[in-house]
Design a protein. Structure first.
Length: 238
């Protein structure tokens, strides 16, 4: 076979390849055209329905909006496209956070319910309701003037309570009440002889001495009133 036949065969092969390529491209283009035509056929009813609904909706609001307002709104939406994108990104981040925190929040809520149930079982809420009743009684029992006087003397009251709640004072009161509770029902000899026998008890004499000392302090604190009453009695007697 001479060279001219070889070249002719090569050209025929190249031409056949080009024809096959063009044929394939034509088939692809035909398929794409068919797909587009099918898509148009599918979307045409939807577009017609959307257009009909749009016309109906616009017809309802045509009294409240003008075309210039609608165009201005569209322009504003277009100008704020990036802002909308940022907002959507933030919303997606928020949704991710909710999905992450959701189980933790559910667990915390369950724990809170358990704690509240335990507090209710122990009676904390009942105590709080009783405390509110006490506060209502206190508020309704005191006038504004009483509250003002209480505020002026609250430091003195707290200091007094502080002194009264010292361990020595509380133990003394507790022991006295316990002894009195046991001795209150026992018979008591109130005759002069019985009283004289009790006076021989050193503890009784010590108690009387302490009582008289306390009475002395009370009398000294009320000395002004006592003197005033004494003078008034003397004047009346005179």
């Amino acid at each position: 076979m001479d060279q001219s036949m070889v070249d002719l065969n090569q050209k025929i092969d190249a031409l056949s390849a080009q024809v096959a390529f063009l044929t394939e491209q034509a088939k692809i283009a035909e398929r794409q055209r068919a797909d587009r035509a099918e898509l148009v056929r599918d979307l045409t009813p939807i577009a017609n329905e959307a257009f009909r609904l749009s016309v109906e909706q616009l017809d309802e609001i045509q009294e409240y909006i003008e075309l210039s307002d609608l165009l201005r709104l569209v322009k504003r939406v277009v100008r704020n496209g990036r802002n909308f994108e940022k907002m959507l990104n933030q919303l997606e981040s928020l949704m991710d956070l909710v999905e992450t925190v959701g189980p933790l929040a559910d667990e915390a809520f369950g724990k809170a319910v358990e704690e509240l149930t335990e507090l209710e079982r122990k009676g904390y809420f009942g105590f709080a309701r009783g405390g509110m009743q006490i506060m209502d009684n206190v508020v309704t029992s005191f006038s504004e003037e009483d509250v003002n006087r209480l505020g002026d003397n609250v430091v003195l009251i707290l200091n007094t309570v502080k002194e009264m709640t010292q361990p020595e004072i509380m133990n003394f009161v507790r022991n006295t009440l316990l002894v009195a509770e046991h001795e209150i029902d026992k018979p008591v000899d109130i005759s002069y002889l019985g009283l004289m026998r009790m006076m021989r008890d050193p503890e009784v004499r010590r108690g009387l001495a302490l009582t008289m000392r306390v009475l002395h302090v009370v009398g000294a604190q009320a000395g002004g009133n006592g003197n005033a009453q004494g003078k008034s009695t003397e004047v009346d007697a005179g």
